[in-house]
Design a protein around this ligand. Structure first.
Ligand SMILES: NC(=O)c1ccc[n+]([C@@H]2O[C@H](COP(=O)([O-])OP(=O)(O)OC[C@H]3O[C@@H](n4cnc5c(N)ncnc54)[C@H](O)[C@@H]3O)[C@@H](O)[C@H]2O)c1
Ligand SMILES: O=C(O)C1=N[C@H](C(=O)O)CCC1
Length: 257
């Protein structure tokens, strides 16, 4: 529960049977300052599983994650959320919910990050920095075929950051003369085209293509193994206890200066 967490942070993992959940349980188990006290699976009663929990880590599915986070906030449990599918609206609702609880003295922190991999966070950051210098920009994300959402949360976060940087710099939309086609131009995320590839053998990958007359910059990151997300997840667990309110993106926790 909130308040002064004890020396050891007591952690619950939601989605403990999933690909990420299993990796997070193993990583928490191996960390000397963290104690894995609950593993929550589909069908379990979440509210009843939170006794003595300081931080809950959610790697479930897009359709349940918002309700999970509300339950955690109501129980005074900090949340680290890796599940994707969040929108401005759903994040806004959680932010409002946290603010209402803060009025009553609650200091719960919620950290939502579409990607805990260092290479992905840096790729997004570099892309947003580069975006204003190029006429064209498109994002390609590539994942394993068992992923249920597209485009990926990472690609949506990247496109939104690129769009914001270009808006701020007054850059025109990427040129595109396409008149016809079979839906081949990808999703329009905030004015940035995002393409999703699903291929057996992949884990999680992203490429940002930036083009000018006569030149191209490609920023690419690859997560070959889910172990790549674990340092970021563990950092988020340790940080969220002292960050009340909503934090979106691991870039706001890492020192990238
Ligand atoms: N932020 C990141 O760095 C990062 C990295 C990898 C995956 N992800 C995202 O994490 C999510 C999970 O990915 P995955 O590959 O582990 O998926 P997965 O399908 O392997 O695991 C999801 C698990 O959640 C369980 N589940 C469903 N509803 C539940 C509920 N109400 N309570 C508890 N458990 C519930 C499912 O039974 C399943 O075991 C996806 O949204 C994915 O995009 C994010
Ligand atoms: O395996 C997945 O699913 C992943 N999802 C995230 C996303 O949607 O961005 C991040 C990487 C892995």
């Amino acid at each position: 529960m909130t308040g002064q967490p004890s020396q050891t942070i007591r952690v619950a993992v939601l989605g403990a049977d999933g690909r990420m959940g299993r990796a997070v349980c193993a990583a928490v188990d191996a960390a000397p300052d963290l104690d894995l006290v609950a593993q929550v699976r589909a069908g379990d009663d979440l509210a009843a599983s939170l006794d003595g929990v300081d931080v809950a880590v959610d790697f479930t599915v897009p359709s349940v994650t918002e309700a999970n986070v509300r339950t955690l906030v109501d129980a005074g449990v900090h949340a680290v959320v890796g599940t994707t599918g969040w929108t401005d609206e759903s994040r806004g609702r959680i932010s409002d919910h946290l603010a209402a609880r803060a009025d009553h003295g609650s200091e719960v922190g919620v950290l939502i990050a579409p990607n805990f991999g260092l290479s992905a966070v840096l790729a997004m950051t570099f892309a947003a920095k580069a975006a204003r210098f190029f006429e064209s920009v498109e994002v390609v994300e590539l994942h394993h075929p068992d992923k249920i959402d597209a485009p990926s949360g990472t690609a949506r976060h990247t496109a939104t950051a690129i769009a914001a940087a270009r808006r701020e710099a007054g850059v025109a939309p990427s040129p595109d003369a396409t008149e016809t086609g079979l839906d081949a131009r990808g999703a329009d995320v905030d004015g940035v085209r995002v393409h999703a590839v699903r291929l057996r053998g992949l884990v999680a990958h992203e490429e940002i293509l930036l083009g000018n007359e006569g030149e191209q910059l490609v920023i690419r990151q690859d997560s070959f193994d889910r172990k790549s997300f674990m340092p970021g997840v563990l950092l988020a667990i340790r940080e969220v206890v002292s960050r009340p309110g909503l934090t979106v993106g691991l870039e706001n926790v890492l020192d990238l200066s």
